[in-house]
Ligand binder design. Sequence first.
Ligand code: PLP
Ligand code: SF4
Length: 391
Amino acid sequence: MTDWRERFPGVSEAEWRDWRWQHRHALRGAEDLARVVALSEEERRGLTVTRPLFRFGVTPYYASLMDREHACCPIRLQAIPRPEEARAAPGDLRDPLGEESHRPARAVVHKYRDRVLFLAGDTCSVYCRHCTRRRITGGEEGGFDREAVAEGVAYVRSHPEVRDVLVSGGDPLVLADERLEELLAALRAIPHVELLRVASRTPVTCPMRVTPALARLLRRFAPLFVVTHFNHLKECTAEAAEACALLVDAGVPVENQSVLLRGVNSTARNVRKLNEKLLTFRVRPYYLHQGDLAEGTGHLRTPLACGVGILEELRGRTSGLAIPHLAVDLPGGLGKVTLQPQYLLAPGDAPGPDGSGHWLRSFAGERAFYPDPPAADCSCPYDAVFYGENA
Ligand SMILES: *Cc1c(COP(=O)(O)O)cnc(C)c1O
Ligand code: SF4
């Protein structure tokens, strides 16, 4: 890998390792990028035609991971727009997850009974070309001021059914420690909020954001999980490893959500190599997201069969811990569902010996019969004693 010093001459080690320096010096256009990579004609056009449509910005750190020659580099594909981004693909939606109809406060999306998404801001270290919330990260709504945050906190406080708050955005870790602390303290002070999650791509796009002080701050609000967003092995640098280690060593568990992106990570090898590496970072692969129908992302989406095929190739061939859930967030705001290869064979396909049971296939394609047990009542009699009427 090229050393960043060659691409950003004159930058001191201290500047490079300062997350605020990284944000202040984000690359903002073709001219900046051309100093780091040999921009293709397509990328130049993409930058021009998407300028009025969605923000562009890349930290010098993330830019330093780009392949200088090959435009098919997974970092370039995630960070530099292509002309297709300005074209609508079939089914593209401005609000692909139907969040607007589940938005009781400006900062809150409440779609599932027991958990909410809390929008903490509209800015990010890098603007991912596949961003599902680009209607927000595009900046059209404006940021989330103190008033919007206070209103969101008040909503959570007045809804005792909410036990899990997922702080996202935008990227909440572009906030200063003090602002973040204020928000987390307000949420933690709500007695019915059991679990906090902070969704941030900074371990990938600006790992210097994860300082020992931030890791200690997050630990104070335990149980709190950081959910990050690695998509490719190329992003698993020594700096990213250090950011994850700081969090985990401080006692903050880290989960990863990848987005399946055509031509970026859409093969079993890519998903396996990434997830095996993340486990060595002590980061657990959680979701592999099917691309949402966000406007301008059609060229990055895969057919549903691609993701299912990848899981098929992983099962039995790597640690179960390296196999994420393949999630499809349904259009219309209907929520996430998961897909997986079908291991249960249809009864008609393969009638059992005597008695009832099921034929299944193994990951390698052999068949096995699993007989049903003699009785089928699965209720637990002790539940009434232990839980009483509690749900
Ligand atoms: C994905 C999502 C969640 C969290 O879902 P989990 O399956 O619990 O990770 C919560 N709220 C919204 C609106 C979401 O999109
Ligand atoms: S970091 Fe997340 S919210 Fe920000 S642009 Fe990327 S995908 Fe969107």
